[in-house]
Design a protein around this ligand. Sequence first.
Ligand code: NAD
Length: 354
Amino acid sequence: MQTFIYTAHPVRVVFGTDAWSTLKDEAGLLGVRKVLVLCTPRQRALAQQAVDALAERGVGIYDQAVMHVPVATIRNAQEAVRRERADCIVALGGGSTIGLAKALAIESGLPILAVPSTYSGSEMTSIYGITEDGLKKTGKDARALPRTVIYDPSLTLKLPFDISVVSGMNAIAHAAEGLYAQEGNPVLALMAEEGVRAMANGLRQLGQNANSLAARSACLYGAWLCGMVLAGAGMALHHKLCHTVAGSFDLPHAQTHSIILPHAMAYNASAAPEAMQRIARALGQETVPAARALYDLAQSLGAPMALQDIGMRESDLDRAADIAIATPYWNPRPIEHHGIRTLLQAAFEGRRPT
Ligand code: NAD
């Protein structure tokens, strides 16, 4: 007999090619009148298109979103919200831009309309992160959950292939870990397996043709499912480890996820056999251990495979292991220093799990 709790997260989702053209109507449905569009400097031109499409509702752009949501950026963006008297925020971009919108919404209560352009899945969660004095604090707040999400695969066509791959592996990590996380449940398990399947198939198709809208659509659909799993099931070893390693040693977020995922799965394999079966099945590799199938997928797509290739120093591995075990958290297999240090060494070298 199963025992579980399921909490639905109330987000309106509009999905499809050209879904982007509904932006003005969707803002209208929220009953808002003055919309500020957030983006990174790189996505300014797209943000201008959003303001134009919003017509009289589009009051301005704040284009300085950066990775990890520093407090100084939040302060500047708050000033823009006040100046424009905005009553709604459109977050147009990846997890960094959506993260900034979340920080603003927590402080102001303004509704977020998210238009994701990567596969981070952040748009489906109430999880936020804010960086102050070099330390990233994370938490959950219902006000951080977007009210509406518009998924338009055509907006992801310009996401470079290498970033698409690691962003897709980041999404797969949400689903893979959600299959054994403490708050998992049967509904989320269905979403997780389908999310891994859609993302892996989409990424393989992108490998053949990076301009395929069908492939982009599969990836974005997978990102949505994986984001919902992260929102509902929570996290365990893999996400905590990535947070420690990327945060403390200033490594890129999605690349770190992509490299550590197979090793975290190998660590947890014996304690979560059903989850591993589902992951391997979703990858079409039922006879191969899930950890190895994930490693092979990432490698076949040209992803970075070793922490040493993205800036980690071997001399920092001991400290990384110390930090990773310093705060206790739930995981299907107990967290112990020797095992975590061995995992980090394998990820540092980029070894294929056995
Ligand atoms: P990102 O938002 O930092 O984007 C990476 C780069 O890609 C940026 O320069 C951006 O301008 C560019 N870009 C984005 N979309 C593009 C497109 N379609 N075409 C061309 N360029 C594009 O990267 P990310 O991996 O999406 O987000 C990482 C951040 O999100 C991290 O801070 C992470 O902690 C956070 N995150 C949060 C959650 C959550 O639930 N709270 C989940 C996942 C990630």
